[in-house]
Design a protein around this ligand. Structure first.
Ligand SMILES: Nc1ncnc2c1ncn2[C@@H]1O[C@H](COP(=O)(O)OP(=O)(O)O)[C@@H](O)[C@H]1O
Ligand SMILES: [Mg+2]
Length: 424
């Protein structure tokens, strides 16, 4: 189902209500259009009766409004919690009381990095440069100068909710792709669990059939029950993994310990990656605090780990031995001026750097500039969709971080994720 949930934040009651009202009605067809549709339908015109004369279908917007930045943020957080996040927010940046527009914008973006935002402004309270300086260059921000025409609002509502939904579909595809990549490993483990349950049940049957009295059966049954409990726990843990991977909603940006995030990913990898891959994790000695969307960061790490595992298994030539070492490490690195020229995306500052290293096939120089492109893949169908690294790139950008990589064909590859360090 498409998300057409829209929020209007404006301190002026009449403006806010008019805008909300207008957006809701802009998705509906006029009565005259409906009558025309009806006549066409009855005349058996070959046009789909659900389509307006211009091919437009009715769009049902669900529009809410808030009187201040604070109220707006509360509604956004609530909407995320309820699983009905806002696809689009119209934000008036000039609000004389309470939070100013820029502060509100910052808060909204931290709460929900995917929502599309239209900044409405009458005066040049903030220049575009000031806004970008504060929140970085983003493709989910538009500016709309007042006074605006109603049609502009209608088109923005239509185009931007559509953009949100297309992006959401890609995110879902990509997640399913990740799950697909892990499914074989999970299936294998599930099989083991089921095998152990079946064997234990036979053993219980045998005990019941052969025991003369309860007392002598108790010892055997006790250990069998222990085995079943372990199996149930393992099964539950794997369901937990599947659920966490397919979770639709991201949590808002929050301070997280990257050590914990990586630990969780390592746990998933140990269960699902090919068993010929051994995994080693070297955490940061202290807490590795960073501001992150943890679900998205897990997604990034999983994709890099899956790629690393592939490089050591299915990407190896057939006559080569499968397997190798996947090493993940977190370090603190200060990026100074000398590094800026080497890494085009870099900015100076203190970073937590997560490195994901494999000793797989490496990446040929000739394709390195293409690997982040959406749909670029060297894997055969069913093994890769080419969406992993493009997603990794955009998520890391959203975290105000950047990526670096070293690769040597035949030796292996290391990806580095730089995330701005924050105090615990
Ligand atoms: N660790 C790695 N070692 C070797 N090649 C890699 C590695 N990571 C990525 N690549 C190359 O980059 C391509 C794109 O990766 P990605 O966007 O994750 O898509 P996919 O894994 O679905 O092919 C891969 O097909 C592969 O050729
Ligand atoms: Mg991949």
């Amino acid at each position: 189902m498409d998300n057409r949930h829209i929020l209007v934040i404006d301190d002026q009651k009449d403006l806010r209500e008019r805008l909300a009202q207008f957006i809701s009605s802009s998705g509906k067809k006029k009565e005259t259009d409906k009558i025309l549709d009806n006549i066409r339908g009855r005349l058996g015109a070959d046009e789909d009766p659900g389509q307006a004369p211009h091919g437009r279908q009715e769009v049902y917007y669900d529009v809410d409004s808030a009187a201040s930045g604070e109220e707006g943020l509360q509604m956004i957080l609530k909407a995320i919690e309820l699983g009905t996040p806002y696809a689009l927010v119209f934000l008036d940046v000039r609000m004389p009381t309470g939070w100013d527009g820029l502060h509100t914008l910052d808060k909204i973006l931290s709460a929900d990095s995917k929502t599309q935002i239209v900044i409405c402004t009458a005066y040049s309270d903030f220049s575009w440069e000031e806004i970008l300086e504060r929140v970085g260059i983003r493709d989910n921000l538009l500016i709309l100068k007042k006074p605006f025409e109603n049609m502009e609002i209608a088109q923005l509502a239509l185009a931007l909710t559509e953009k949100y939904n297309s992006e959401e579909r890609i995110r879902q595809t990509q997640k399913m792709d990740t799950i697909g990549n892990l499914a074989a490993g999970l299936a294998h483990d599930f099989n083991n669990i089921i095998g152990s349950i079946q064997a234990t049940l036979s053993s219980i049957e045998f005990t019941i059939a052969t025991s003369k009295d309860l007392q002598s059966a108790k010892i055997d049954l006790g250990s069998d029950i222990g085995t079943l409990k372990t199996a149930a726990k393992q099964g539950a843990e794997m369901v937990e993994i599947l659920l966490s991977l397919s979770r639709r909603q991201d949590l808002p940006l929050a301070k997280v310990d990257l050590n914990k995030v990586v630990e969780n990913v390592v746990r998933i990898c140990k269960r699902t990656l090919d068993k010929s891959v051994s995994i080693r994790f070297i955490p940061l000695e202290n807490k590795a605090t960073a501001e992150a969307y943890s679900v998205q960061m897990e997604q990034v790490l999983l994709n890099l780990c899956i790629n690393a595992a592939h490089a050591m298994t299915l990407m190896r030539p057939e006559d080569h031995k499968k397997g190798g070492l996947l090493k993940i490490e977190i370090q603190d690195i200060r990026v100074g001026e000398n590094m800026l020229s080497a890494i085009p995306d870099a900015k100076e500052g203190d970073y937590r750097v997560i490195s994901i290293e494999d000793d797989g096939v490496g990446i040929p120089k000739s394709i390195i500039s293409k690997i982040f492109d959406p749909f670029f893949t060297t894997k055969s169908e069913g093994q890769g969709s080419g969406l992993g690294l493009s997603m990794v790139y955009s998520i890391v950008r959203k975290h105000k971080g950047f990526l670096e990589l070293f690769s040597e064909p035949g030796k292996g590859t290391t990806f580095f994720i730089f995330l701005p360090a924050v105090k615990a």
